[in-house]
Design a protein around this ligand. Structure first.
Ligand code: C5P
Length: 215
């Protein structure tokens, strides 16, 4: 069974999807980590960001493995490296590149083939797994998402204000929703859940019962 969880950055998708997979005994697939790994590969090889073919070629050659909680790029553990601010900023080049998307969608389908999986991203219910049995669109208000992101940044020792985070988030949302390939969108048959004021456990409980009903 495939469970897709899509939604904007900061809605709590990763935490919730990972916890949901654990509760169900399903595999977990963080597709954002794949776009981040391609971005990191591009940064290291110093690709020309204005030449999408260079990044597409790298994505074709790169070996990306998600092993448990770890992300491997050509065999090297890059789990922490892909979370840097620079990777976050540059990841729009991988996300907006049709050939990179094609390659990663192919990988995502190969990973999910025949398994029970919770897969998380922007286009999982719309493009990658349109026939998934259970689709969720997770949201939260812009203010709540920005407050969570600010908390994460502070925990990493990075300084920012709520206004700055809100502004960057708005720009990212606009870019995520308006790109021509794999845009962030709610599948018509997805269940939308706004997580404002809910704890992670409450959200996971709600999703577990949703999945059980579809099993
Ligand atoms: O979710 P996360 O912040 O890790 O995503 C990293 C980047 O990958 C973002 O730019 C996001 O838009 C993109 N992405 C995507 N499609 C997905 C998952 C993430 O374009 N399925």
């Amino acid at each position: 069974m495939i469970v897709t969880i899509d939604g904007p950055a900061g809605a709590g998708k990763s935490t919730v999807a990972r916890a949901l997979a654990k509760r169900l005994g399903f595999r977990f697939l963080d597709t954002g980590a794949m776009y981040r790994a391609v971005t990191l590969a591009g940064m290291r090889r110093k690709v020309d960001w204005e030449r999408p073919d260079e990044l597409a070629e790298l994505a074709r050659q790169a070996k990306i493995d998600l092993v448990g909680d770890r992300v491997l790029l050509d065999g090297e553990d890059v789990t922490e490296a892909i979370r840097s601010q620079e990777v976050t900023l540059r990841s729009c080049h991988a996300a907006g590149n049709p050939r990179v998307r094609e390659r990663l969608v192919e990988l995502q389908r190969a990973v999910a083939g025949g398994t029970n999986i919770v897969t998380e991203g922007r286009d999982q219910g719309t493009v990658v797994f349109p026939d998934a049995r259970c689709k969720v669109f997770l949201t939260a208000s812009p203010k709540e998402r920005a407050a969570r992101r600010l908390g994460d940044l502070e925990a990493q020792g990075e300084a920012a204000t709520l206004a700055e985070v809100l502004d960057a988030q708005q720009r990212r949302d606009r870019r995520d929703s308006s790109r021509s390939v794999g845009p962030l969108a709610k599948a018509p048959d997805a269940v939308e859940l706004c997580t404002d004021g809910m704890t992670v456990d409450q959200v996971v409980d709600r999703l577990v019962s949703l999945v059980r009903k579809r099993q």
